[in-house]
Write a protein that binds this ligand. Structure first.
Ligand code: AMP
Length: 119
């Protein structure tokens, strides 16, 4: 899938639209989801043009891959989720209902999240 430069997270990364930022470093940006599905619902996105996890892990440089995943862990830690627990999730493609075609990891926490998938 070709990367769409006009997707909403690309615009957030370029500073063209605002976000409720919780973390930023050279590799990643994290912000609160606009439509939270849990008391804590944060999105972490890599700084680069990657549609999905498959695209990212196949094409991104190693320092970006490492930095991005370190950022995910740090964001969860800084959100105070380590003791009680949390869930990370990345949707890819139509079956997973990916809405925004820029790789993002959801971090959910702040309550008992229940079983992994609703049937
Ligand atoms: P997905 O279905 O995995 O692609 O999830 C996309 C997520 O992005 C959804 O949870 C949306 O609520 C969230 N979202 C869409 N636009 C924004 C925005 N401008 N700021 C923050 N979150 C957003």
């Amino acid at each position: 899938m070709t990367y769409d430069l006009e997707n909403i997270f690309a615009k957030i990364l370029r500073g063209e639209i605002p976000c409720d930022k919780v973390y930023e470093d050279d590799f990643a940006l994290a912000f609160h989801d606009i439509n939270p599905q849990a008391p804590v619902h944060i999105l972490v996105i890599p700084k680069g043009a990657y549609v999905s996890m498959a695209d990212f892990t196949a094409s991104a440089p190693a320092d970006l891959i490492a930095g991005f995943f370190r950022a995910v862990g740090q964001v969860a830690r800084e959100a105070g989720l380590e003791d009680a627990g949390y869930r990370i999730l990345a949707n890819a493609g139509a079956d997973a209902h990916q809405e925004v075609p820029h790789l993002h990891i959801h971090i959910f926490g702040g309550k008992r999240l229940g079983p992994m998938l609703t049937r």
